[in-house]
Design a protein around this ligand. Structure first.
Ligand SMILES: *Cc1c(COP(=O)(O)O)cnc(C)c1O
Length: 431
């Protein structure tokens, strides 16, 4: 596969964009090599600047659950764009979109739209702090909630209960209000509540984690968190930026039958345009300005083109709920196929899957949290990634990212992917 034009474009990009990309994972740092540049995409396929075709397993990191350039979404964008791109004044469309989200999302009486998942999580945490009058939050190692300061925190050393900044520019004082626990570890959460009595505003988590590979919550983990929150007057925040409108129409709340206090959305909710949202009970949401004291705003929030794309996407999903079962079947077919092929190889591996999210870690130990996710062998992963790419399969370029299938992927595409894996095995094993 030739990648000359992509290589040239990357060199040009690096002159004017830090690292040549507008979001770090796109630069292929953890798998090595140069990123490909995309010219266009349709359905299940990406086409790069050198006219190579790839089956896309990231779907823009989640939003394009129906595949690229889905007609209903494109039509909605086209229609709205002729009426103006932004007003900064209320529109009926925002209310229609909010009504639809309230109808589809459990435990959401009111919803505020923003422009990204980061903004949604950042705002939900501020609201939780304002509502409870407490400062600290608990997050789990390996869960990603966007790049706002309170989330760029890693576990402190030894007995320290405080988190440490994991990026320069994040202050120690932001870090001290974020407490870290391991995913699936309820004892650590209980200890944090004991040591920080009446100080914890909220627990925020990915109800099914997708940013350390795909990691499933253990039985009762989240229901225990819910109980702890209830007995401590803290809020449970589900970050459903990845899982919302993907694992089910009602997201992880519906799938796991657990009610969160605040829920954040992004990705699928915008149909491929920049939309995030956070919602919850009226009692909490009414704490937001202009009715309440907690400030939150946005020049382009509720943007009419973004809202029309999101509305078209959610309406399609509402009218075609079979998409979720179909995606689950396709992803199960893929994960079983991958398992079969890897079983016949020398490679250590773990596959985690739920619905249309899945990941492959090259380790013999079950992947249940960030510590176990880190045991995956990255040399195998790099070779796997590049071998698949060379065979026209675009996988997430990091072992810590989940695959996101889109419903445009056919069984033929899945078989092609599995054949590509069979062909790559001896190359991956060689190391
Ligand atoms: C992608 C993601 C975010 C951040 O969303 P952006 O739109 O990239 O800011 C937050 N939380 C989760 C779980 C995500 O997967």
């Amino acid at each position: 596969m030739l990648n000359e034009r992509s290589k040239k474009l990357f060199i040009e990009a690096k002159k004017v964009i830090p690292g040549g990309v507008n979001s770090p994972v796109r630069a292929f740092k953890s798998v090595g090599g140069d990123p490909i540049f995309i010219k266009k995409a349709k359905g299940a396929y990406l086409f790069d600047e050198d006219n190579n075709k790839y089956i896309d397993y990231i779907s823009s990191w989640g939003p394009l659950i129906l595949g690229h350039a889905h007609e209903s979404v494109i039509e909605a964008i086209n229609q709205q764009s002729h009426k103006g791109t932004s007003y900064g004044i209320p529109t009926e469309l925002e209310t229609k979109m909010a009504e639809l989200v309230v109808e589809l999302a459990p435990n959401v009486d009111k919803v505020r739209f923003v422009n990204s998942g980061t903004e949604a999580c950042m705002s939900a945490v501020r609201l939780a702090r304002g509502f409870t009058g407490k400062d600290k939050i608990i997050k789990f190692s390996g869960c990603y909630h966007g790049h706002a300061d309170p989330f760029l925190i890693e576990a402190g050393s030894g007995a320290s209960t405080f988190g440490m900044p994991n990026s320069p520019g994040v202050t120690k004082s932001s870090a001290k209000d974020t407490l870290l626990a391991e995913y699936n570890n309820i004892d650590q959460v209980m200890q944090l509540f004991e040591k920080n009595k009446n100080e914890i505003a909220a627990i925020i988590l990915e109800p099914v984690a997708g940013n350390m590979g795909c990691v499933l919550p253990k039985q009762n983990f989240i229901s225990e968190l819910k109980k702890i929150c209830l007995s401590n007057d803290s809020l449970l925040i589900f970050d459903e930026v990845m899982t919302g409108f993907r694992l089910a129409l009602g997201g992880a709340q519906e799938l796991l039958s657990i009610d969160a206090d605040l829920i954040t959305y992004g990705k699928v909710i915008g149909g491929g345009l920049p939309v995030g949202a956070f919602g919850g009970r009226s009692e909490i949401m009414d704490f937001l300005a202009p009715d309440g004291p907690v400030y939150q705003a946005g020049t382009l929030s509720g943007n009419p083109i973004a809202m029309s794309a999101g509305f078209a996407m959610l309406t399609y999903l509402q009218q075609n709920p079979n998409v979720f079962a179909s995606l689950n079947e396709k992803t199960t077919y893929l994960s079983k196929g991958v398992e079969e092929r890897l079983k016949n190889s020398e490679l250590p591996f773990q596959i985690n899957q739920l619905g249309s999210m899945m990941s492959l870690h090259f380790t013999n130990d079950p992947v249940i949290d960030f510590t176990s996710a880190k045991k995956g062998d990255n040399d195998y992963f790099k070779r796997y990634f590049h071998a698949m790419l060379a065979n026209g399969v675009y996988l997430p370029p990091s072992a810590y990212e989940s695959y996101f299938l889109n419903d445009a992927i056919s069984y033929e595409d899945l078989d092609h992917t599995l054949d590509a894996l069979s062909d790559s095995l001896s190359f991956i094993e060689r190391k």
